[in-house]
Design a protein around this ligand. Structure first.
Ligand code: MLT
Length: 211
């Protein structure tokens, strides 16, 4: 189902074929709502898929929030877009009748960054997240209660955009709030490898959403 801007974001929704989980698919810079659908199917075949299109354009490329330069985020726009995405998830749950308590984000790069931002801004909205090549989106001014949250961070050891230190900082930020964090280290750069997908699938299977 392709929905044009209803609920605040252009998006695709694929109903579940048995699982109670919904994967929230968040594409990287230059992608769109179609990009991660095959990966979503591959990772958790029976889950519902909710895939919004980022609302910001940078030189014609779609993103989920503005940035000033590579890795330097427009924090005001990040806050606005993070709230809009959280609102979209709630509206979509109401529209498509899925449980917000069973939503797991799967984000790549810019999509992973906005997913991390939603988790830090509204800790109980997402049940978990698979974050491919994430960065610290912002540092909250108070500790967040993330005890109900699990996250898999999939990082590239030779990623020219996200350093290993950045990945460790995000892990520490989540863990400081009580989140359960796993890290998968890929022996390459920013692009995804088959090992990233295998690690994500294994993580999702070992940690099944309640059915
Ligand atoms: C971002 O801007 O979110 C990150 O630098 C990743 C990217 O999209 O290049």
């Amino acid at each position: 189902m392709n929905k044009n801007g209803e609920l605040g974001f252009i998006h695709r929704f694929v109903p579940s074929s048995g699982s109670s989980a919904t994967l929230l698919l968040l594409h990287g810079t230059g992608g769109d709502e179609n990009d991660l659908l095959p990966i979503g199917h591959q990772l958790l075949p029976e889950a519902a898929l909710l895939s919004p299109r980022g609302r910001v354009r940078e030189n014609g490329m779609l993103r989920f929030f503005r940035r000033v330069a590579e890795g330097v985020f427009d924090l005001q726009d990040l806050a606005i877009q993070t709230e809009a995405l959280a609102e979209f998830i709630k509206r979509a749950a109401n529209q498509y009748k899925f449980d917000t308590g069973q939503v797991i984000a799967v984000g790549y790069s810019n999509g992973a960054n906005i997913a991390a931002s939603v988790m830090l801004n509204e800790p109980n909205l997402l049940r978990g997240a698979v974050l491919f090549r994430p960065m610290v989106p912002f540092v909250p001014d108070s500790r967040r209660d993330l005890r109900n949250v699990s996250a898999l961070l999939a990082a590239g050891r030779r990623d020219p955009i996200v350093s290993p230190e950045e990945t460790s900082s995000l892990a520490r930020l989540f863990e400081a709030g009580g989140a359960l964090v796993s890290i998968h280290w890929h022996n390459g750069g920013h692009e995804l490898g088959n090992d990233d997908l295998a690690a994500a699938k294994e993580w999702l299977e070992l940690w099944p959403p309640a059915t």
